[in-house]
Design a protein around this ligand. Structure first.
Ligand code: PLP
Length: 693
């Protein structure tokens, strides 16, 4: 292993380096106790691979390590380093802890060879691997994290590349009823990252910057993150990788050149030459320029070079709205890409043409560029595939866009107790299970599901208490509706509040009570999104809502996990068809939450009439009428169908009929919504096909 050699290795009299943390000898029995250093080494190795975030035993192990100053948000590697001698003495004496440590250690997924013809290098601007590695903003990043984890489970050779943002994405706090953005400086050494020797030079207009590269192990996949915060760079150079999705267009083009061109150079310096590249959204599209340059160096023309790289690049588009796509003005492109064009004798206008989205403006559209150069393109749900084929129909290759519906990494997102129930009833491979495996949810009895839900709600109440700073009036025994996502306006977080009198009436109902839990962040520059958030926060703070409408601040992966396990109903009401997929509903479904959603994204293809509820879409072209009508459907179904089913029969709630729906939800959605299914589809329909074309 040797991955976690401490900086403090000492040298003996003969000059040999003594590893103070030797790897435990094999053959030790599980009961045998550890020396202090053996235990520390074992724990650091487990913490050194992000597989601990989804390995149940590793999670259990780390939950037993005392937190420092009550801060359980610290990375376990950091908590281990901060343990007092007394705490060590207690842990060393604990035989059960030692057995757990050995067992968790034995399950760290070994690294895979990434030199073969099936290796894929996955490029993404953000990666949501854990709330402790705050390098994500929302769905796109979480999807990337889940993709790597599932690839690891399936033992697919995969490398991943992104940026290390020193300040990450902002942490949300509330002040005067508004979101306040707080940036926390991350020290990569405290986040389980390893420094690599790579130093990547990159010309950014008139200056050269050098990036270093960190490695995170995510199961058997390796994630490389480029970081320009080095002293040899000038102030502006150091700031290139400062924050995720912040700064002006010029800042963004620098970041995207670093990610694409720098990313491919980093892999090569580290000794990798992956045959295939997967672009998760277009931000890293400039990597194609590096591949094209290789071909042109062999004497090919630009067209021939593009043709040659097609079989190596696949592109996943995520944005069904043209305004949401990353694009750069021609002047900015000239400033940063003239170096490349000059070097390879490419006419700048010809290069700019590659990024034109017909019917749009003269900007270089990263998605249009990726559609032109990728051998295979896909949207992230069936409906989104259709929308994308229309949106890119004028771009060569645009009408061939297919779709792979997003999935979620079950072991990351399902509550640990429910995972144990699934293991017990469905078998240890439940998370990759087909319909026959999921049929066994019939063996989980009503009371077991009820007690699972109640526990989920109590934990959600704890989370809300911790995040808000005071207890809430949430009740573990009533129907709980959840909504958590970015506060982009198209998601309409305030649709529920369209008719305040109606909402207040619902909240006052003591016969069939319903409570609502909301969370989510708004992009710092999205004023309309922030306005929606102000309304939601103000309503939650209004005594008229009787504490039955709670907004949890500080949305992140941990808050999200608590919500999926603690909500009975997952609300989703975007403007159709703007939600490309919407993975939060899939996570809720695996946890036994029933979806209540507009027929958009994944739900459009998965709703079967029984596994949740559909909110009908209005036929009106007028936004105000549309919103009013759809809010009306929402109230009607919630009070006319959902609440009555939950409380049916006046016995224990949720009612047996509700629990039958939950089982039906698992049977129909369990086999489909997982990242295991998604990654297998990428392998079969996207990666393989791109290669053979
Ligand atoms: C799943 C998830 C998302 C994506 O949710 P959508 O349904 O796509 O809006 C965003 N943020 C976090 C923290 C998540 O866990």
């Amino acid at each position: 292993m040797g991955r976690n050699h401490p900086a403090s290795a000492t040298v003996n009299l003969c000059g040999d380096i003594i590893d103070p943390y030797p790897t435990p000898r094999l053959g030790q029995t599980l009961q045998e106790s550890f020396s202090r250093y053996e235990l520390e080494s074992t724990l650091l190795q487990i913490a050194g691979n992000y597989s601990w975030t989804w390995d149940l035993e590793a999670r259990q192990l780390f939950s037993r390590i005392p937190s420092v100053n009550g801060d359980s948000g610290l990375h376990p590697a950091e908590r281990i380093r901060l343990l007092s001698e007394d705490a060590w003495a207690t842990l060393i004496a604990d035989r059960e802890f030692a057995a757990l440590a050995r067992s968790a250690h034995s399950r760290i997924p070994p690294a895979l060879a990434v030199t073969g013809p099936d290796t894929v290098a996955y490029f993404s601007p953000e990666f949501g691997v854990s709330e402790m590695l705050p390098q994500y903003s929302g769905g796109l990043g979480i999807l990337a994290g889940d993709h790597l984890k599932a690839a690891s489970d399936l033992r697919m050779p995969m490398l991943a590349v992104g940026l290390f943002y020193r300040d990450g994405f902002f942490v949300q706090a509330l002040e005067d009823g508004e979101q306040r953005e707080r940036y926390v400086t991350n020290n990569p050494r405290f986040l389980g990252l390893e420094a690599t020797p790579a130093r990547v030079p990159l010309q950014l207009a008139d200056r050269e910057v050098i990036a270093r590269v960190w490695r995170a192990d995510v199961g058997s996949t390796q994630l490389y993150l480029l970081d320009t915060d080095l002293e040899i760079n000038d102030e502006q150079g150091r700031r290139v990788s400062d924050r995720l999705y912040a700064g002006d267009r010029e800042h963004r083009i620098r970041q995207e050149l670093l990610m694409g061109v720098g990313g491919i150079r980093a892999l090569r310096q580290l000794g990798f030459d992956p045959p295939k590249f997967h672009l998760n959204e277009g931000h890293a599209g400039f990597l194609a320029l590096e591949l094209i340059a290789d071909e042109m160096a062999k004497g090919f023309t630009l067209e021939e070079a593009i043709w040659a790289v097609k079989g190596r690049v696949v592109f996943t588009t995520h944005t069904p709205v043209p305004a949401g796509i990353d694009k750069f003005a021609p002047d900015l492109m000239r400033k940063y890409l003239a170096v490349w064009a000059d070097r390879y004798g490419v006419d700048m206008d010809q290069l700019l043409q590659l990024g034109i989205l017909p019917g749009s403006d003269d900007h270089f559209n990263m998605a249009a560029f990726c559609v032109r150069i990728a051998g295979r393109c896909n949207g992230v749900s069936r409906l989104h595939g259709e929308v994308s084929r229309v949106m890119f129909r004028e771009v060569p290759g645009g009408s061939d866009i297919t779709s792979v519906t997003n999935g979620v990494h079950a072991n990351t997102w399902v509550h640990p107790d429910l995972q144990r129930t699934f293991e017990d009833k469905l078998g240890s491979d439940w998370h990759r299970g087909d319909e026959s495996v999921w049929a066994a949810v019939d063996d989980i009895d009503d009371d077991e599901i009820r007690s699972q839900f109640r526990k989920g709600k109590l934990e959600l109440m704890d989370t809300a208490h911790r995040q808000i700073g005071e207890p809430t009036a949430l009740d573990p025994d009533i129907l709980t509706v959840g909504f958590a996502r970015r506060f982009a306006t198209y998601k309409r977080a305030d649709l529920m509040l369209s008719d305040i009198d109606r909402v207040l009436e619902i909240l006052r109902d003591s016969d069939q009570p319903i409570q609502f839990v909301f969370a989510g962040k708004s992009h710092p520059a999205d004023e309309p999104g922030k306005e929606v958030m102000r309304r939601v926060i103000a309503f939650a703070a209004d005594p008229a809502s009787q504490g039955r409408f709670v907004f949890i601040p500080g949305y992140n992966m941990a808050v999200a996990r608590a919500m999926y396990a603690g909500c009975n109903v997952w609300l989703n009401n975007p403007i159709r068809p703007r939600e490309a997929c919407g993975t939060s509903g899939e996570k809720a479904a695996l946890n036994g939450g029933l979806n209540f959603s507009i027929l958009d994204g994944w739900w459009d293809e998965c709703f079967d009439g029984e596994n949740g509820w559909a909110i009908p879409s209005s036929a009106s072209e007028d936004p105000a009428t549309r919103d009013r009508e759809e809010a009306g459907y929402l109230y009607e179904i919630l009070t006319g169908e959902i609440a009555p089913l939950y409380y049916e029969g006046n016995g224990a709630a949720p009612s047996p009929a509700w629990l039958d729906r939950v089982r039906h939800n698992w049977k129909t959605l369990g086999p489909f919504v997982t990242a295991a299914r998604m990654v297998a589809e990428y392998e079969e329909h996207i990666y393989q096909v791109a290669q053979s074309d």
